[in-house]
Design a protein around this ligand. Structure first.
Ligand code: ZN
Length: 427
């Protein structure tokens, strides 16, 4: 008989229409949720032989999903350092680092992470070990290596493809080798010294070829896109998740395109914003924030225009998800809550919606909503418990006490004595 477990807490945030349940219970048997509702509604059938855990003062939530991480990267103090680290490490060191980083995600309350690029076969090796039960970790969706132009953004781990037939071949080969998602760098990026973040790397037509080829094999496409021209190309091509989406104009100022976003909404596309690496230094009470501000070159308050385009994107009604880009500079794997705080405190999104952008919305955008992203009977038992009430104060998301993946306890606070990643660039 499969293991039965019941969690009881002050409330559950379900990320469904029923939203919040006071004095809640979530029951599971094996890897499935069997009940979500008030404690008073538990039946003898559910409670018989079940391990019952009381969590007074806690909130139960669906396990969170981070749509954009780099599990093999080192979260060092600057881009050059990260590129140097991952270029220098052996494949064996990279696999161990990836496994260790994946486990840090459990501590952050993440039960699914989508890796958008590393050295060939490193992340899929760890994903497969977790799936086979040989290693504890979150569920991983992997692009394996990202597609980029010759010398383009993250070329040091990328598959360089320029012409249409090269793009088709890259997509087919990656899927043949088990990619869960295709990642393409539609524009240059800050991490790659040889690329220009304001420059378009692929036309809408080229991106369309990638979408066509990937969708033939039921595989979604994620595209890195910083400037407005590149975002427009992604929307025209029907890219499933547009990553970063910073709306930078050719002159380096901000250039939000309302009409393009309306098209993205009509096509039911997803925008995946990555805030934590850029904005964490603006959270005044962050530990070490003085050092962090100095390292990040922050002197004054956050300029309104830098957050305005994220606010516009949110208010367009698009399926918006909050991703971390963990692994790049300043962005360790165990503090996804910082991304949530940036969304709530700097963009002004209410906590209830922020939590939706970490659960149901990413499950939809990543194509796994039928299995994950909400607390509902019949779904996979991916559940977290946090101390306090994050609906009242999003800071509570820093206090993840319990992370369950597929009905198995993968993280419990007492399991780790060390503090979180303690300082900038330590990993
Ligand atoms: Zn990235």
């Amino acid at each position: 008989m499969s293991q039965k477990r019941i969690l009881k807490a002050d409330r559950a945030y379900t990320a469904t229409d029923s939203d919040i349940i006071e004095q809640a219970a979530v029951a599971m048997a094996g890897d499935r949720i069997t009940y979500v509702g008030p404690v008073a509604g538990l039946t003898p059938e559910l409670t018989a032989d079940a391990v019952v855990e009381e969590l007074p003062g806690h909130t139960l939530l669906p396990g969170m999903l981070d749509g954009h991480v780099h599990l093999s990267f080192t979260a060092g103090p600057n881009h050059d350092q990260v590129v140097d680290d991952i270029s220098r490490e052996t494949d064996m060191e990279q696999v161990l680092r990836t496994a260790s980083n994946a486990q840090k995600c459990l501590r952050a309350g993440l039960t699914t992470v989508r890796d958008l690029g590393g050295r060939r076969d490193v992340v899929p090796t760890v994903r497969d070990a977790i799936n086979a039960g040989r290693l504890a970790g979150p569920r991983i969706l992997s692009c394996n290596v990202p597609i980029t132009v010759t010398g383009g953004h993250i070329h040091f781990v990328g598959w360089e493809a320029n012409e249409e037939w090269e793009l088709r071949r890259a997509v087919r080969t990656l899927i043949k080798h088990g990619a869960d998602v295709i990642k393409i760098c539609a524009s240059g990026g800050n991490m790659t010294a040889e690329s220009n973040p304001l420059m378009v790397q692929y036309s809408a037509q080229q991106l369309g070829v990638v979408v066509e080829e990937a969708h033939k094999l039921d595989t979604p496409v994620a595209a890195h896109a910083i400037p407005t021209d590149s975002i427009r190309n992604c929307i025209e091509a029907g890219i499933d998740t547009i990553e970063h989406c910073v709306w930078l104009g050719a002159d380096g100022g901000y250039d939000y395109d309302e009409e393009a976003m309306a098209t993205a909404v009509a096509k039911d596309l997803t925008v995946s914003i990555t805030l934590a690496g850029v904005f964490r230094g603006y959270l005044a009470d962050m530990p070490l924030s003085e050092d962090m501000r100095a390292a990040m070159g922050i002197s004054g308050p956050l300029e309104e225009e830098r957050v305005a385009q994220f606010r516009n994107t949110w208010q367009s009604g698009v399926n918006l998800i909050i991703s971390s880009d963990s692994g790049v500079r300043y962005t360790p794997f165990d503090d996804y809550y910082i991304s949530l705080r940036c969304a709530a405190e700097l963009i002004g999104i209410p906590p209830r919606e922020v939590l939706m952008m970490a659960t149901r919305n990413p499950a939809k955008g990543l194509g796994v909503l039928h299995e994950r992203g909400t607390l509902e009977t019949g779904k996979a038992a991916d559940i977290i418990a946090v101390a306090g009430n994050p609906l009242a104060d999003i800071k509570a998301m820093a206090d993840v006490k319990l992370t369950i993946v597929g009905g198995k306890v993968m993280f419990r606070e007492e399991m780790i004595d060390a503090p979180r990643t303690p300082a900038l660039g330590v990993n």
